[in-house]
Write a protein that binds this ligand. Structure first.
Ligand code: NAD
Length: 534
């Protein structure tokens, strides 16, 4: 890894400028990202960075987009220190004033919605409408947090003692670190920043090492708003870097809350490390989401929804549909319609309007896809469609793979093919005869993020959302597994980490709660009638 970073460095300025396509340079220029110079990847009130150089590589063309200077361990340490200092100032800014700053951030993001959305497509590889949608999600959560800034209410609790009142008081928490994944390089930070800022915290962001440009572009927009309001920039700091930086953040006692989005494997490490110092975590980890289709379902809705769930974002959403359980009465018709839709998919540049299938994000993802296909073949699964890379030019320069539908021989949900998240467009299918069987399969895997039932029978809905129903954090009916709105709390159960972000009551995790008992009387009785008179 280190060698790769140095090798990127030795490419030098001239080669970077010469190699860049007009497609890429137009987007980078629209966001003032240099196409010739190394880019500082640390912001703590000042832009800096003198650590390793990370390259941002376009997953569509393989071209190097930019070289980013990450944080040295000392710079990371200093950035955390500046975030703490900024917190001590920002916690005294009244919440509605914090909301006004969020409103300005919202406006600044909206002014660059198309440019930022295109950058997401360029650097992450998702299609343009989804890249733009991700920025929209940040804008939406800012709107939500502006309102929240006037509604982060505590409680007044009845006291059993005369002349006493008990208040449950929310105060700013401290420093919130956001460790984020490659597949939502803008929105996940947005969910966290908006709530954290409304709550009066300083936030420090360590994005995925392979999407540094998205994070730099967003951090610059936010920083400009903070600075123009006289707020220390370190209220919204940025530290680009790799797993060492993430690990140092997880271990830092100067960070109250670590909001981690990523794989189950890394989430397990981060969770343990933060817990070992009794810090707080929000864990948003892998999903292994199932759709269940009943015989009474409206297939004209269900088929396109499963298609989007499994193929959209090239299968790289935490909520992507990975398992499909079809009632045996409709299985054959459903698969006929679904494979027909799959046959219409044309992989192409995600920046071109109308493209539905972009590349996988990285060569590591390609390898994961190939390994899983090899495994499916080795266990005798029927590959209905897909199963290969696109190897013709110009797609061979990028990480393009065929969306795949497979029917494994075993329906045992504990078998690795059913119980593991493969972050690629591979959909495994099984048939069932009774809803209870499908719900049991849905619930038998370690992950618990999203699930969806397709039916028009209200009795099935009752079973699905009730105590014996789906055990995931997102339980949909006649809505696919993939994607969510910001209004409800978002997150998954079990090995998805139990975290909740975005709407609902998620904000309550970003504050420090105190129970304050106040005695307005002339006596000082003890609770529960305890007598301790000398
Ligand atoms: P990843 O786990 O490889 O990396 C996530 C982040 O952790 C990165 O910033 C990485 O640099 C950092 N990191 C790596 N090792 C670390 C360590 N030892 N200590 C601290 N930080 C460390 O995940 P990824 O490949 O970028 O993203 C894909 C995964 O994210 C999938 O599993 C997907 O399901 C999951 N995801 C979940 C949600 C959700 O809301 N549940 C949302 C998006 C993505």
């Amino acid at each position: 890894m280190f060698l790769a970073r140095r090798a990127a460095h030795s490419l030098g300025r001239a080669q970077l400028a010469r190699g860049l396509s007009s497609r890429a340079s137009a987007i980078l220029s629209s966001l003032d990202i240099s196409t010739t110079e190394e880019i500082p990847g640390v912001y703590d009130g000042q832009w800096r960075g003198s650590g390793d150089i990370f390259s941002s590589v376009c997953p569509t063309t393989g071209e190097t987009l930019a070289h980013v200077r990450t944080a040295t361990p000392q710079e990371l340490h200093d950035a955390i220190g500046r975030a703490r200092e900024a917190y001590t100032v920002f916690r005294h800014v009244p919440a509605p004033r914090r909301g006004e700053i969020l409103r300005q951030i919202r406006e600044a993001l909206a002014a660059k919605r198309d440019e930022l959305g295109s950058l997401v497509s360029l650097e992450m590889g998702k299609i343009k409408t989804e890249g733009r949608g991700e920025v929209q999600e940040f804008i939406d959560i800012c709107d939500y947090a502006v309102g929240l800034s006037r509604m982060m209410n505590g409680n007044v609790v009845a006291s059993e003692r005369p002349g006493h009142s008990i208040l449950e008081v929310p105060n700013p928490l401290g420093v919130v670190a956001v460790l984020s994944a490659f597949n939502f390089p803008v929105a996940v930070y947005g969910w966290n920043l908006a709530l954290s800022l409304a709550a009066g915290n300083a936030t420090i962001w360590k994005p995925s090492p392979s999407t540094p440009l998205c994070s730099i572009a967003v951090a610059r927009i936010v920083a400009r708003v903070l600075e123009s309001n006289g707020i220390p920039g370190a209220v919204a700091g940025l530290v680009t870097g790799g797993k060492e930086a993430g690990a140092a953040i997880a271990e830092s006692r100067d960070i109250e809350l670590v909001s981690f989005t990523g794989s189950e494997h890394v989430g397990r490490i981060v969770g343990k490390n933060v817990m070992s110092r009794f810090g707080k975590t929000i864990l948003e980890l892998g999903g292994n989401n199932a759709s269940i289709v009943m015989p009474d379902a409206d297939l004209s809705l269900a088929v396109p929804a499963v298609f989007f769930g499994a193929v959209g974002t090239a299968g790289q959403r935490c909520t992507s549909t990975r398992r499909l359980y079809l009632h045996s009465d409709i299985a054959s018709e459903f698969l006929g319609r679904l494979t027909k839709l799959y046959s219409t998919v044309q992989p192409a540049d995600p920046l071109v309007d109308g493209t539905l299938l972009g590349p996988l994000h990285s060569s590591a993802a390609l390898k994961m896809y190939s390994n899983t296909i090899d495994h499916l073949r080795s266990i005798g699964a029927e590959i209905l469609t897909g199963g290969n890379r696109y190897t013709d030019a110009p797609l061979d320069a990028g990480n393009f793979v065929q969306p795949t539908i497979s029917i494994p021989k075993s329906v045992d949900p504990k078998a690795p093919i059913w119980s593991t998240e493969t972050f690629a467009p591979i959909l495994n299918v099984a048939t069932f005869d009774h809803l209870e069987e499908a719900i049991a399969w849905n619930n038998a895997v370690p992950q618990g993020l999203s699930s969806s039932l397709w039916t028009r029978d209200i009795r099935n809905v009752g079973k699905w959302i009730g105590p014996g129903g789906s055990d995931t954090g997102i339980v949909n009916v006649n809505v696919g597994t993939s994607g969510a709105e910001i209004g409800a709390a978002f997150g998954g159960n079990k090995s998805t980490g139990w975290g909740r972000e975005s709407g609902g009551d998620a904000w309550k995790q970003y504050v420090r709660w105190s129970a304050c008992t106040i005695n307005f009387s002339d006596c000082a009785p003890l609770a529960q009638g305890v007598n301790f008179t000398a």
